[in-house]
Design a protein around this ligand. Structure first.
Ligand code: ADP
Length: 451
């Protein structure tokens, strides 16, 4: 059964129950109200009759009763319990008489009593003429109008109830239909989505719950789409960057085998092959490192590291290469800074930053590494006076295989590893740079990160 049908059914059943309960309650209240009104009027009439009859002799009763009847819509009688006879003149008196004959145990203690006539058409109110008297004053009033009013009221209810229910069911159906329209739109869009492209989006018209759900799903599709695009680019870039050295290896071998070569020529070919293999190895190493970072932190391989010591060692490692390029490498390392993590990951991060700084700084330049700890953060800063980076490249520096100048040797994976490492320790990478003015790479890690 569809949700729409269930909602409409449920809505109709609830409404029907409510209407039935309300109808029964209102008809009972109407009946109770009419009867109590009647009782009040009868009580007023009987008091008046009592006042009149108690002051006159019994032979004047018929006259007095006729006068009372003239003034009221009730019928008035005096009933003698002993002779079981009725004094008074009214067309309904035979029914009244029959009703009153049914009274066998009138007790003198009972002052007043109300009852229905035997035919159910009248309501009677009786009272002893005087306390202990065997004469009763009786007031009767036709109750047919009550039955008629109740009947009319119930008829109206019976006639309007099915109509109201049908209108409510149609309204419920329309409401459920319009509320669930967005669910259909979501389903249709989801069916149309091609997982390879993921370009379809759910149209959002209203900002209600389903509109918000659609917006959230669209944002999810955007993220998955972005991820798939990055994966495609990554695979294409990785294949491209691995194909170049592979082609070089093959052509070196082919050229060497074309004819008989001197041992020196063979040596050159083999060295060429080794050089290209090293390039492939570097790419594969970086890819493996990135795959490791993608898997997230590995607490089992982590330990409390003295980051200050790792930074000092990295600076020492890069002193000679920097000196070879006539670059002054300095450091300001706060002692005793420690972090919970994998030492290889931090060695790699520091090496990548220092190698870039040395690589992109011309001879005579300066490179500085600072390790600081402040405001609950550990900051690794590598500044150089090198060639700098144009603003349009800055947002892409963490992307895999992103290289600004493809003529310069490199894999384009170094900064992705730096950024990926910072991120798994819940930190980030910031870059400040301008062409010709050098660069500053800042790695900010929460203090105690990874622990
Ligand atoms: P690569 O292996 O090419 O150095 P990276 O991911 O380390 O790859 O760097 C990406 C790009 O960012 C480099 O191609 C380079 O153009 C630029 N870059 C990185 N570090 C610096 C720096 N210190 N100064 C200037 N440019 C830099």
């Amino acid at each position: 059964m569809s949700v729409k049908l269930k909602l409409t059914g449920l809505y109709s059943v609830v409404l029907l129950s409510t209407l039935v309960i309300m109808s029964i309650a209102s008809s009972l209240m109407l009946s109770f109200g009419l009867v109590s009104n009647l009782n009040n009027s009868l009580a007023e009439d009987i008091i008046e009759a009592l006042n009149t009859l108690s002051t006159i002799p019994s032979d004047e009763y018929p006259q007095a009763l006729a006068e009372l009847e003239d003034k009221s819509v009730s019928s008035f009688f005096v009933y003698d319990l002993n002779s079981k006879s009725l004094i008074g003149d009214s067309p309904s008196n035979t029914v009244i008489q029959e009703t009153l004959r049914g009274i066998t145990d009138w007790q003198t203690g009972i002052n007043s009593h109300s009852m229905n006539s035997v035919d159910g058409q009248s309501r009677l109110y009786l009272i002893s003429l005087t306390p202990g008297s065997d004469k009763l004053v009786v007031v009767a009033r036709d109750t047919a109008y009550i039955q008629a009013a109740l009947k009319t009221y119930r008829n109206i209810l019976f006639m309007t109830l099915p109509g109201a229910l049908i209108i409510a069911a149609i309204a419920g159906w329309v409401l459920a239909n319009s509320s669930l329209r967005q669910v259909r739109v979501i389903t249709d869009t989801a069916e149309k989505i091609d997982p390879a492209k993921l370009e379809e989006r759910i149209p959002v018209k209203h900002r209600d719950e389903l509109g918000r759900l659609s917006g959230t799903l669209n944002a999810l599709f955007d993220r998955i789409h972005g991820f798939i695009q990055r994966q495609h680019r990554f695979t294409a870039d990785a294949s491209h960057d691995l194909t170049a050295p592979l082609t070089g290896i093959r052509s070196s071998a082919e050229v060497a085998l074309m004819k008989e070569r001197t041992p020196e020529e063979y040596r050159q070919s083999l060295e060429n092959i080794i050089g290209r293999t090293d390039k492939m190895q570097a790419i594969v190493d970086d890819l493996m490192t990135l795959a490791g970072l993608d898997a997230g932190p590995r607490p089992a391989k982590s330990a409390e590291l003295e980051l200050s010591k790792l930074a000092e060692e990295a600076v020492n490692r890069w002193q000679a290469p920097a000196a070879n390029e006539d670059i002054e490498l300095t450091a300001e390392i706060k002692p005793g800074v420690s972090i919970f993590g994998e030492p290889e990951q931090f060695d790699r991060l520091l090496d990548n930053l220092l190698s870039n700084a040395v690589k992109y700084t011309p001879p005579g330049g300066k490179v500085n590494l600072t390790l600081a700890q402040q405001d609950g953060e550990i900051i690794i800063r590598v500044t150089d006076t090198g060639i700098g980076i144009s603003p349009e490249h800055l947002p892409h520096l963490g992307e895999r295989f992103y290289r600004i100048d493809r003529r310069v040797e490199g894999t384009g994976l170094g900064l992705s590893i730096v950024q990926g490492t910072a991120q798994i320790y819940r930190g980030g990478m910031e870059v400040e740079s301008a062409p010709g003015e050098g660069s500053t790479f800042r790695i900010i890690l929460p203090d105690g990160s990874g622990s």
